[in-house]
Design a protein around this ligand. Sequence first.
Ligand code: ADP
Ligand code: MG
Length: 688
Amino acid sequence: MDKLTGIGLQTLNRLEKLGIRTIQDLIFHLPLRYEDRTKVYPIGTLLVGMTVLICGRVEYIDILPRGRKSLVCRISDDTGYITLKFFHFSANQHNRLKPGTLISCFAEVRHGFSGLEMVHPDYQVILNPDVDITQTRLTPVYPLTEGLSQTILRKAVKQALSVWNSEPNSLIDWIPSMILKRFGYPTLAEAIQTLHAPDDSVSLSALQNGSIPALKRLAFEELLAHHLSLRISRNKTKAWQAPVFRLCTDNAISEQFLSALPFKLTGAQQRVIAEIEADCLEQHPMMRLVQGDVGSGKTIVSAYAALLALAAGYQVAVMAPTELLAEQHKRNFSVWFEGFQTKVVFLTGQIKGNARKDILQSLADGSAGIIIGTHALFQESVTFHRLGLVIIDEQHRFGVHQRMALREKGQKGNTRPHQLVMTATPIPRTLAMLQYSDLDISIIDELPPGRKPIVTSVIPAERRADVIERINSWISKKRQVYWVCTLIEESEVLECEAAEKTAEQLTIALPDVRVALIHGRMKSKDKDVVMQAFKNHQIDLLVATTVIEVGVDVPNAGLMIIENPERLGLSQLHQLRGRVGRGEDDSYCLLMYQSPLSDTARQRLGILRDSNDGFVIAEKDLELRGPGEVMGTRQTGSINFKIADLARDAGLLDAIQEVVEQIVVQSPEAIQPLCNRWLGASTDYAEV
Ligand code: ADP
Ligand code: MG
């Protein structure tokens, strides 16, 4: 940045707030939109909604004390007049806009009190009427931060461009020209030039809607760089050794395990198990993600992987995001491994003293084969005798670091344990490729037989009384109900308060019903007590915040009311809804929205009503909303792109897959510079 002149420390600090630290950062700081100041519009031709440059003389100026104090000024040219309005203004401004003064203004034309008006136009007093006030190119409008003006930023970008242009190595186009030609993309230099200073050949609308090749090309390059870097990291993983799990040749162990189950595996489960088995025969660590809708039976698949490890004489660690879930796994694994002379132990932060000591001892000396727990598994001084497999459930709830820490516990010399992660958050395939492209992906796309689809209806909050009546009759049939209060403006505190209030109201409205409350600000021990009581049917109606999104099986709870569902992402709603429909009986989900509902919101809730398939829902949601929302804000490890926008550019991903292969084979020298350009030189993506 020291190559730029006229940029003080203060500006540098402000630029840094925008994530701009280098010349390259400035160059990739693209305009948000563009303004067309290439021609002056006669005032008489203006229509509401146009954003245009006009020029006229001040007729009169006045300060209106009515309502909000404002400076009002009328200007006119030969064709008509328009009112300018300022709510923030200075005395100086008042003085400069004397009647007769010629000024130019740029703003959106609106309907005003007395005809057309512009509010807070960008204006300039014209001293010499012979000077052309139009611009030859579209004017870029950059994202700003407090204290930084468009003028400063435009100047800085302009300088940065000329510095960059003069440095021979900065502009190397690492994308082979064959590929550029194939997609009709401009070169890097052309693309950058076009976006910061578009010439006549570029239409404003193509620029605004992001369809121009210049922008596509940069997004393409950025996504490509991310793919390449993950590809490198995957290769690094392959450089580690891992134990080989080979079941005894006669498959007796496998048979014993499967025949003891109360159900037959679905085809999808069998396929995924075969994929895992193949991974574990390799000498390199498995890094596999199992995606499957809620209730698709991921747990048994992971248990089968555990069987492979145990049979080969290795230990298995299973990590779940909540104690409740860990406990549920503990119960399941204990039953499934009953006949296998292996000790299944359980560890959470709550287990202390001698009990803890014994558990740690059994892991260190190898007498425990399977350990199931929460993040206490890696936080504590846990050492393993021979850890061969790490299983992580609901992986989106864990940070990348937690995932790594557990893996490192099993690291010996150049050997690492295999890793299996599971998630019920369905992510469209194209997104999964980027989000998890350091992982191989298996998908369980089939539910166990006999599941009845959840009947979902969308109803307005005005029908609350009917809903309460419905709860009453449901509970009189000895069934249980969830009532979910959703996030209010991203505030957990408010969300909990709302849930408290709702619980109170429902207690009054339903005097014979046992109501309980669970929310995110309760201690996890207290949450577990409530969940356990609900499970034991000591509670009929559970009022909850979205904390129950990842949770336990309570098959008797077959009715769920979700308040204000329009506030949540569809995938999150689908997860929530997955808490019901776990038993044999019919189950229902009522989406109780606040009127009025926008068209998009109505469409989105309609998707949920019409489909029970998490993948279909995620795909459709992606079409309607951005990918960040599909992934959910809680998603850790999601990538922040400089230019690419997955909602807009998802269509590029298939082609990128292909181009990655091509570059690896034909232009390997491009890989490192591309990663450096887009991910930063120091990024060690390899370990993520
Ligand atoms: P999730 O994929 O959401 O983690 P679980 O592993 O908890 O799902 O399984 C949901 C329920 O389905 C459990 O009660 C499990 O025992 C049961 N289940 C799993 N696989 C099958 C199957 N093939 N047939 C019938 N029930 C199954
Ligand atoms: Mg699960």
